[in-house]
Write a protein that binds this ligand. Structure first.
Ligand code: G6P
Length: 612
């Protein structure tokens, strides 16, 4: 939520800032703004609307400053408006600030500052920050080069909540200060210039060398130097990390949208996530070393995540329980963290998060750690916040995922979790070796099989053309087909704004069937030969009531009244969601296109939810 960019160097800052914001727009897109220093004064330009709306502002192209901060907003406190857009300034226009996160005690701070004579022009929580910095700056009688740094440190020690902040001051046009706590921020190191961003892909075209910040670290950037301080302003050293992602991985290339590109990148994402893990007899996962005794001691595994990542967890539950015979509970991070979950040192907890920045998932991990649970983070972003908290971090290698609706991250998560399940099973030695070696073979075939499924995209596109005007849809399935139906339903909601429900096929008759009326669209997934007859009976119940049914199946079925059948290759039912989800992703995509919507940036959503 909210994206931040910063630049200090010798080039004109504004085009670099706007270009960075455009790449971060998936994080929020209801208003945008930039600030640069022009001849010793701070110049702020902001507008309600998408980042491109900045170009409508008179004078934006005349900004010459070579130091600047920028922000794209996803409103939390204060509705989307020009006044509430960032950057915000203190009353004397000496400091400009952009902020991602939430200041929970902003009301108290506002009262305190109001008593001291400060006025507020916006309804945001952020506006307290520049004024607080100004307050401490004025109180400090020592006018040395670290006066601003000390003011920022004092202001931060008053803030409760989460923040990634960039600060520009007219008192020092050769320095910029940034600070982070529970919100993402990276520094890109250039030659005689430095960049700041909420994530790596936004500035990949400028540099591949990054400093990753930890909580409460304060950074002072100049053109040739980056200095790091802890919360007590003690100087610290940080290593530079070189990132292997190519700049083109964050570009749309020949595709109309990032989502379509990412759907088609799934064979590659799966191949890279599998990597060399299955090459030898013994499964090894880099970053993980759990011994047999520990795995044997487990009474339960918790899988915690949000959104699509949680749906990957639901698939993993079936895999783990089947292979390892350990009970698995899957929970939504925002629920888990407030329900006093039953955890002890014999509970392993696994956190799935593409971005590694989801606030609820990180908080859930911290909670489990405090109860002595060992924690494993599964993320797509090396060095992301969660990976610095977890006992073990293992990675999907899906490459940058830019579209808000997750696709390749989901399938990569399912595969990594399947391999993790096999890793546990092999250590426990409870599961037949043949089952494991067959599953291995099936996993290795998946990338080619996804390519096969992608070939049926035209059929799905035609179906999308028939149904895009509808108001409601149902997604049905049993077992993992039910788990993947939830993901299909979420994809549809996210990018087409069509209301949809997913139901366990056998549960339909206990209520929701009352909603089935003539011509309603139902999507049923059937990939398990043991359950297919049961599912067909359930689907007949809706066909009889006039539903138009799209079947996604790997089974040989007769066309008993289906509107369309999408045949997918056969695989082990445990990992079938990696194939069956593809037609659902394509369906949601083409429905959204037919409706003329913005596929990559659906309304009200943000890719990375760094607030509770
Ligand atoms: C947001 C995104 C979803 C994503 C969820 C969890 O809601 O819009 O696509 O699944 O966050 O994100 P994470 O980065 O933790 O996987």
């Amino acid at each position: 939520m909210c994206g931040i960019v910063g630049y200090i160097g010798n080039k004109k800052a504004s085009p670099i800032l706007i270009n960075g914001l455009l790449r971060l727009e998936y994080r929020g897109y209801d208003s945008a703004g930039i600030a640069t220093i022009e001849e010793n004064e701070i110049s702020v330009m902001k507008n309600q609307g998408r980042v491109n709306s900045l170009y409508e502002l008179e004078g934006i192209n005349d900004l010459k400053g070579t130091i600047g901060i920028a922000h794209t907003r996803w409103a939390t406190h204060g509705k989307p408006s020009k006044e509430n857009s960032h950057p915000h300034q203190d009353n004397s226009n000496s400091f400009a600030v952009v902020h991602n996160g939430i200041i929970e005690n902003y009301n108290e701070l506002r009262e305190f500052l109001t008593e001291k004579g400060y006025n507020f022009l916006s309804n945001t929580d952020t506006e307290v920050i520049p004024n607080l910095i100004h307050y401490y700056f004025n109180k400090d009688e020592n006018n040395d080069e670290n006066r601003i740094l000390r003011a920022v440190k004092s202001a931060c020690s008053d803030l409760i909540g989460s923040y990634a902040i960039e600060i520009l001051s007219k008192y020092n046009k050769n320095n910029m200060i940034v600070v982070r706590k529970d919100s993402p921020l990276v520094i890109g190191k250039g030659n005689g210039e430095n960049y700041i961003s909420s994530d790596i892909p936004a500035i990949l075209s400028y540099t591949k060398d990054f400093y990753l910040l930890d909580d409460n670290e304060i950074v002072k950037l100049s053109r040739n130097k980056v200095m790091f301080y802890d919360e007590n302003l003690k100087e610290i050293q940080k290593p530079v990390k070189s990132i292997e992602w190519g700049a083109s991985s964050a570009e749309k290339g020949e595709y109309a949208d990032f989502m379509l590109k990412e759907i088609y990148e799934q064979p590659k994402a799966i191949r890279e996530t599998i990597g060399a893990k299955l090459d030898n007899g013994i499964i090894e996962i880099q970053g993980l070393s759990l011994d047999r005794e520990y795995i044997k001691s487990l009474n339960k595994i918790y899988i915690i995540a949000c959104g699509t990542a949680m749906h990957a967890g639901l698939v993993a539950k079936t895999i783990f329980e089947k292979l390892c015979k350990i009970p698995v509970e899957v929970d939504i991070a925002s629920e888990f963290r407030y329900r006093n979950p039953l955890i002890d040192e014999n509970t392993l907890s696994i956190y799935i998060t593409q971005s590694g920045e989801t606030a609820d998932t990180i908080a859930a991990l911290k909670l489990a750690k405090s109860k002595k649970s060992k924690t494993i983070a599964i993320s797509n972003v090396i060095g992301s916040s969660i990976t610095r908290e977890a006992d073990y971090s293992i990675y999907t290698h899906a490459g940058p995922e830019i579209a808000v609706a997750s696709t390749k991250a989901y399938t990569s998560q399912v595969i990594l979790l399947a391999i993790l399940g096999m890793y546990f099973a092999q250590k426990l030695g409870k599961t037949d070796k043949e089952i494991i070696s067959n599953l291995k073979k099936d996993i290795l075939q998946l990338p080619n099989q996804i390519e096969e499924v992608l070939k049926s995209s035209d059929k799905v596109k035609q179906f999308a053309k028939k149904v895009y005007k509808e108001k409601d849809m149902f997604f049905l399935g049993r077992g993992v087909d039910y788990a993947v139906s939830m993901e299909g339903s979420l994809k549809l909601k996210e990018i087409s704004y069509i209301h949809s429900e997913s139901y366990a096929a056998g549960e339909l008759k206990h209520g929701p069937i009352a909603l089935i009326e003539n011509n309603i669209t139902v999507i049923i997934t059937m990939t398990n030969s043991k359950l297919v007859e049961k599912s067909i009976s359930n689907v007949q119940e809706v066909i009889t009531r006039g539903a138009k049914v799209l079947a996604i199946t790997s089974e040989e079925i007769k066309n008993n009244g289906f509107e369309e059948i999408i045949k997918i290759p056969k695989t082990n039912p445990l990992i079938s969601p990696v194939l069956s989800v593809i037609p659902m992703q394509i369906l949601a995509y083409y429905i959204s296109k037919e409706k003329g919507l913005d596929v990559d940036k659906p309304r009200n959503l943000a890719k990375s939810v760094t607030v509770e």
